[in-house]
Design a protein around this ligand. Structure first.
Ligand SMILES: NC(=O)c1ccc[n+]([C@@H]2O[C@H](COP(=O)([O-])OP(=O)(O)OC[C@H]3O[C@@H](n4cnc5c(N)ncnc54)[C@H](OP(=O)(O)O)[C@@H]3O)[C@@H](O)[C@H]2O)c1
Length: 212
């Protein structure tokens, strides 16, 4: 599939680009700056080998893809989705967004409404799928790392959700699990501040999750 990683120049974008590209998917790394997108795409190609990774501005990446993943900090991602509404029309849009804040007592979930529902609202789309919130970016981007993590997936359009579940299941070590409609996304997004608190208060490195 042709997958656009909007803001794919950052932490989560890197792992997704590498791991999807080595499976044979065509990856478009999006950025606000074309130069940055192209140089990151080159960097990822050097790591992943003979793969299809190109770089372009977010708008062109969104226009050209079948699936777009919003790998942008949540406080900027909603505005970016609004700006790209036309380009993202009818596309499957994956939200890994987590509204999280760091305070004196630890990390908290920082929104009344889930980020994925906000994205669906600005795009006026039922093809928004919420996933990948609990995949820790650094470990995921290290191709030598082996893991066994679950990935809860929420969405309202069953076909879009199935396609995203299928895509995630191709990545060795990830098990996507249907977590219901998009209105459940807040529950899934809230797992991340919990994980960050567990990491902090137990002096642990990056953690994924597994339902046993
Ligand atoms: N990090 C993790 O472990 C992790 C795990 C699961 C889910 N997530 C979620 O994934 C998303 C991305 O996280 P990340 O850690 O990969 O983020 P990040 O590395 O901090 O940023 C990703 C990219 O966002 C773009 N960006 C920054 N400010 C922007 C703005 N004002 N407007 C538009 N684009 C902007 C930048 O791309 P350009 O400068 O190239 O435009 C940047 O490279 C977040 O919503 C996060 O909650 C993260």
């Amino acid at each position: 599939m042709r997958v656009a990683l909007l803001g794919g120049t950052g932490n989560l974008g890197k792992g997704l680009a590498l791991r999807l590209a080595i499976l044979g998917h065509e990856i478009v790394v999006g950025s606000r700056k074309e130069d940055k997108a192209k140089s990151k795409a080159e960097e990822y190609r050097k790591i992943a080998g003979n793969v299809r990774i190109t770089g372009m501005k977010n708008e062109d990446a969104a226009e050209s893809c079948e699936i777009a993943i919003l790998t942008i900090p949540w406080e900027h991602a909603i505005e970016t989705a609004r700006e790209l509404k036309h380009a993202l029309n009818d596309k499957i849009v994956v939200s890994p967004l987590v509204p999280v804040s760091k305070g004196e007592k630890g990390f908290t979930y920082n929104s009344d409404k889930s980020a994925a529902e906000m994205v669906a609202e600005v795009l006026e789309s039922d093809r928004v799928v919420s996933a990948l919130h609990t995949v820790p970016a650094s470990r995921f981007a290290n191709l030598d790392e082996r893991f066994d993590w679950d990935v809860p997936v929420c969405g309202d359009d069953e076909m879009s959700k199935r396609i995203v579940i299928e895509l995630i299941s191709e990545i060795e070590g990830l098990r996507p699990l249907d977590a219901g409609p998009l209105s459940n996304s807040k529950l899934v997004e809230s797992l991340t501040p919990l994980i960050l608190n567990i990491m902090r208060f137990n002096s642990m490195g990056e953690l994924g999750i597994k339902f046993l």
